[in-house]
Design a protein around this ligand. Structure first.
Ligand code: PAF
Length: 278
């Protein structure tokens, strides 16, 4: 497995590879969800590349950039076991060298939900993802549906900027009790971990009502909100029932598919999750 740290090294390795590259961009501290992305990439491409980079540009000033879990050796061992061919692990000054001043400005799909609560987040995501795509030149890039808004923002960028690759979205990987896998789950203590199940429980209740024919967006939003509020350790940031493509908030009768998404604080950990109703 080649582990490279500069764009020049990355381009050099890429140029030696014949055939398609499937790319999995990550911020490291890998878990089974990332491994599933790697396996999809391996099944559909001649080579697999993974990036490990905790991107400072997508964290706000009071967010967890410094505390974000990191364990490069463990990550590399996991990727080696999966047969990954090359790993791009740049430092912040490789991605944002002195004098760097060009960012990608995402459009309307980046505005609500996470975009509203985390100003500048998707500008940082789009910018780093574009830079990583330029360095790795993949045929396909793999992202988890867990970051539902992120995949919509990235798909929009790829389309709008005519980037020559396919964005492949892979369903969220969950723990046995339904908690979505996330590197940030490591922040949760035992009580908080047990409480975190309220996110999926709320969405499953709404899904049940949806399957029974409930189509009122406000009723469905309330069902999720009440489940979260019933958990004493949970502090609700938002619950959204939105159009599953545009992410515009829905009220009243829902025509077509909808996306339930939410952010909830449990202790110091901010968790996000989503489910499509269709
Ligand atoms: O989803 C993530 O881990 C990050 O947002 C990404 C896509 C690797 C960009 O830093």
């Amino acid at each position: 497995m080649h582990v490279v740290h500069t764009v020049a090294e990355c381009r050099h390795i890429r140029a030696l590879l014949r055939g398609s590259v499937g790319f999995v961009p990550t911020m490291g501290y890998l878990h089974e969800g990332h491994m599933i992305l790697v396996r999809h990439a391996r099944a559909e491409n001649d080579h697999v590349a993974v990036s490990i980079f905790v991107n400072p540009a997508q964290f706000g000033p009071n967010e967890d950039f410094a505390a974000y879990p990191r364990d490069l050796n463990r990550d590399l061992a996991m990727l080696e076991r999966e047969g990954v061919g090359f790993v791009f692990n740049p430092s912040p000054d490789v991605v944002y060298p002195k004098g760097f001043e060009t960012y990608i400005v995402p459009g309307a799909v980046a505005e609500p939900l996470e975009g509203e609560r985390r100003p500048g987040h998707f500008r940082g995501v789009d910018t780093v993802v574009a830079k990583l795509f330029n360095a790795v030149q993949p045929a396909r890039a793999y992202f988890g549906e867990k970051d539902a808004q992120q995949v919509r923002v990235i798909k929009r960028m790829v389309k709008d900027l005519d980037m020559p690759l396919d964005v492949v979205v892979v369903p969220t990987v969950r723990e046995a009790d339904g908690l979505a896998m996330s590197s940030r789950n490591v922040y949760l203590n035992q009580r908080e971990r047990a409480a975190a199940v309220c996110l999926i429980n709320g969405m499953r209740l709404a899904q049940q009502r949806w399957q029974q024919g409930e189509r009122d967006a406000d009723t469905l939003r309330n069902i999720v909100e009440q489940t979260i509020r019933a958990e004493p350790l949970a502090i609700l940031d938002y619950v959204s029932i939105a159009d599953s493509e545009s992410l515009k908030e829905l009220h009243g009768h829902i025509e077509g598919a909808a996306l339930i998404s939410m952010a909830v604080r449990i202790g110091k950990t901010r968790l996000i999750d989503n489910m499509t109703l269709e």
